[in-house]
Design a binder for this molecule. Sequence first.
Ligand SMILES: [Fe+2]
Length: 240
Amino acid sequence: MNTKTNNLSFVDLHTHCLPGMDDGAKDCNMSIQMLQTLKKQGVRKAFLTPHYYPQRESLSDFLQRRSDSYRVLSSFQGMADSPEAFLGAEIYLTQGLCEVDLRPLCLGDTKLLLLELPRQPYHPWILEELRNLTYALNIIPVLAHIERYQAYYHSRDFEELLSFEDLILQFNSGALQSHENCRFLYSLSEEGYPMLIGSDTHNMSTRMPSFDKALPVLTKKRRGRELFANIQETWANLGL
Ligand SMILES: [Fe+2]
């Protein structure tokens, strides 16, 4: 085994590569381009996490669409040069979500549920819902692109939200291009929160895979290397 390559490989927790599911890949050609680019950038496993909006679509309809899309993609030429792929979803958090059995949307065979918080100021129902989901469904909540909420939350909101210690925090690889985001993510990591990285890639133009740009930040700077060590430890703890 090539240890060096292995150390520098990634698990992409958050992608929109499933064709025709959402505002991500439009067709199989685009899906394959995105997946092959991820592979070239060192991604060994990719979770396919199309948006799921519980207020717009029943879970059974979503699961049917997801399995249809995956079946078409799986038979498409080029999948062999892609990272190992697993099904999942990015679930928009709404009040009362815990009343739906969302376990079929866990990432692969893990207990991880990738949750997108509303783009609005923090409200205590968010923490209550995360707690309810965790205990009702016996899942581990992963908060998608945590850096995005700097625009909506005060530091005391983050303190309240992150007081719930069962959370895992996912950030987008592209976020590492901003010093402000880096400082925010390094601080979270240094405070001991388990972190995971995802490309959140949607296409090959405006939101293309960007692990190539994240890698130097995660390997050359001390705080970046410490963040990468946190991510690698989280992968190991989760068996990813
Ligand atoms: Fe996303």
